[in-house]
Design a protein around this ligand. Structure first.
Ligand code: FAD
Length: 640
């Protein structure tokens, strides 16, 4: 696939000066909107997960006129509800040496020095407010015996800063955001449209001015215009077909905004989570995460010997290899996800994997149960153990869990500046849908932190700076009509192919191709193969897909077909980005670039940049945003 290199891109909004003062400085310099004017300003928020739900609620509370969309039947069903393990915050309740600076440092290092310092520092600062906000809403975080909020540890940190609500942290946080949102719906500041899918962005006079949505129940195509649009539409891990994401997660909203001019940043950075229930068969359509919190007490191991088929209980202690504790004594089982995933792959590649096909490692709670007692373990992780048992039929209190890495999160997303504004003025992107804070690898429990930081605290301030110049002129009718026509055309095209293969079968094939060629390990050869195969498969899709039903009814096949069509184009960009970045960093492991211990080898001289891709008629254009580190020294990451 051909691409061109374009001009350098810079984050013009990022303030300079001492890092701890930058967010204050930006807040002060941002223009304010007089309360009486706020109700004249209209903001569309697409997505009601933690990012979108918290943003819409807060904008409504501020007095803006908000319209909110999601494709589920309730805002409460956004994928955020699935988040299990917890949310980070630099509260230092434990007095174990945590601080804003340490959370900032851990996140920059965890992201393998591919995130912006200013953004990450702000995230760490705001993290402490999120916990207060959630507690004030009544989110039932776990508490210690003395009544204080409890914390646990997550990967890439040597302090305990993860706040949690058993294994249901996302659910409890989302209920908090949802209640705040519903309060605004009742107050009339937020108008909610569930079961509506955004299918295009309206850009008028160079500004994002609205969306075209399809009512998923009646099939009606609707136009909605506003002064600004916020996309909070989540991640695109489902491009791999099998992932831990909810089945509905897709790329359509951000991809179509990309087609309208928003740059796409770092598409190749995918997070593979080390602790998921292994794939069990060819017809499986979903993978299940076993939360990283389990690595607080569970020990990861495989047999020392190859092809050891003994039951785990029959393998004596001296014949077990607790490989994470052995290779990374300083962080042990709590190394970051990219490192733990690769280590699991390596031991399985050596023939020491366990379970069907040798694609699994043990996560063992024997010692924790011995030390703390079964009741204590059950209190912390009971629902996760139950989920594991229901899926595998094995009782993890008696036999170790079997786990294997799986696609989990996408660090890439639409490019945004410090204000969370994309390259299209008036289009803001928050939560997993943007690329902003995690570099090449996200640390566990930091996605909820970022989504809520964006939605409750950052966007409500920065969007004001943009809206202060509004209300904007009437929207160009032609731009609206053109966007609607594009949507109708695409639907008609999909329905008219009338081939023989389901959208799902194409998705499955694309996903397998992505996993094999652009998954946990990438090589120049594999990426070139993918870039050859994806256009062929896409061409077959457009000639042979079978979309049953009509456009004027509830039609899940049609919905799926539209999303798969976008996955094809995204997959191609992901592989191109992965091919261009010949270094390894974080979740992007190029087999050609590793050190003598098999660890990811960065190339700071050539790749210390964010790749921001523009979609142009004659092929993608790569704009590089240089990454400069004033506070954290770029070093080869070590967790040993
Ligand atoms: C199993 C699992 C467990 C996790 N556990 C944790 C954890 O413990 N801690 C942590 O920090 N992170 C965790 N994560 C990651 C975290 O859950 C997500 O990154 C985060 O919830 C994403 O939130 P979001 O608001 O950006 O998007 P989402 O919650 O995915 O919400 C997206 C919203 O956008 C809407 N939408 C999307 N496209 C359209 C469209 N075209 N039109 C209309 N609406 C649209 C959807 O309806 C939905 O409302 C976990 C992830 C998984 C998969």
């Amino acid at each position: 696939m051909k691409y061109k290199e374009g001009s350098e891109i810079r984050d013009a909004k990022a303030p300079s000066g001492p890092i701890e003062e930058r967010w204050e400085k930006r807040k002060f310099s941002a223009k304010l909107v007089n309360p009486a004017n706020k109700r004249k300003l209209h903001v569309i928020v697409v997505g009601t997960g933690l990012a979108g739900g918290s943003a819409a609620a807060t904008l409504g509370e501020l007095g803006y006129n908000v319209t909110s969309f999601c494709y589920q039947d309730s805002p409460r069903r956004a994928h955020s509800i699935a988040a299990q393990g917890g949310i980070n915050a630099a509260k230092n309740y434990r007095g174990d040496g945590d601080s804003i600076y340490r959370l900032f440092y851990d996140t920059v290092k965890g992201g393998d020095f591919r995130a912006r310092e200013s953004n990450v520092y702000r995230l760490a600062q705001v993290s402490v407010n999120i916990i207060d906000q959630a507690v004030a809403q009544g989110v039932p975080f776990a508490r210690e015996y003395g009544g204080l909020l409890d914390t646990r540890s997550f990967g890439g940190a040597q302090v305990s800063r993860t706040f949690y609500a058993r294994g249901q942290t996302g659910q409890q946080l989302l209920l908090g955001a949802y209640q705040a949102l519903e309060r605004q719906v009742a107050a009339g500041t937020v108008t909610m449209h569930t079961r509506h899918e955004m299918l295009d962005l309206i850009v008028s006079d160079g500004r994002a001015r609205g969306v075209i949505v399809r009512d998923m129940v009646t099939g009606e195509i609707e136009r909605h215009v506003a002064d600004a649009v916020v996309l909070a539409t989540g991640g695109y891990g489902n491009v791999f077909f099998l992932s831990t994401n909810a089945k509905g997660c897709n790329t359509t909203a951000i991809w179509r905004a990309h087609e309208r001019g928003a740059y796409f940043a770092n598409p190749c950075y995918t997070q593979i989570h080390p602790t998921c229930i292994p794939v069990s068969g060819e017809y499986q359509s979903k993978l299940t995460l076993m939360s990283e919190s389990l690595r607080n007490d569970g020990r990861v191991w495989v047999p020392l010997r190859k092809d050891d088929s003994r039951a785990p209980g029959d393998i004596p202690e001296q014949e077990r290899d607790y490989y994470l504790e052995r290779i990374y004594p300083a962080f042990g089982n709590l190394v970051p996800r990219d490192i733990a995933s690769r280590a699991a792959k390596n031991v399985c590649d050596e023939g020491r994997g366990v379970g069907p096909g040798g694609l699994g490692v043990y996560l063992d709670f024997r010692d924790a149960i011995g030390r703390l007692g079964r009741d204590a373990v059950e209190k912390k992780y009971g629902n996760l153990f139950e989920m594991y048992e229901r899926i595998t039929g094995e009782n993890p209190y008696d036999v170790p869990m079997r786990i294997y890495p799986a696609v989990h999160y996408t660090m890439g997303g639409l490019w945004v500046d410090y204000d969370l504004q994309s390259t299209i003025p008036g289009l803001f992107v928050i939560g997993e849908a943007n690329f902003s804070d995690h570099g090449a690898n996200r640390l566990g429990a930091s996605a909820l932190m970022q989504g809520l930081a964006d939605g409750y605290f950052v966007l409500p301030t920065t969007i004001g700076d943009y809206l202060a110049d509004g209300p904007y002129n009437d929207v160009d009718e032609e731009a609206v009509a053109a966007a609607e026509l594009r949507v109708r055309d695409k639907i008609d095209r999909l329905l008219s192919v009338n081939g023989t293969r389901t959208p799902d079968s194409f998705h499955r094939e694309l996903g397998k191709l992505m996993w094999d060629y652009c998954g946990m390990e990438r090589t120049e050869e594999s990426l070139r193969k993918a870039l050859e195969r994806i256009p062929e498969l896409r061409a077959e899709f457009w000639q042979n897909v079978k979309v049953t039903g009509t456009a004027e009814e509830l039609n899940q096949v049609l919905e799926k077909a539209g999303r798969v069509a976008d996955f094809f184009d995204l997959a191609e960009l992901m592989c191109l980005d992965a091919l261009v970045r010949t270094e390894s960093c974080g979740g992007h492991f190029r087999a050609e670039s590793q050190d003598s211990d098999g660890e990811a080898l960065r190339d700071d001289e050539h790749f210390a940049y964010v790749s921001a891709w523009e979609r142009a008629p004659d092929g993608p254009v790569l704009h590089k945003e240089p990454l400069e580190y004033e506070y954290v020294k770029m070093t080869q990451r070590s967790y040993k």
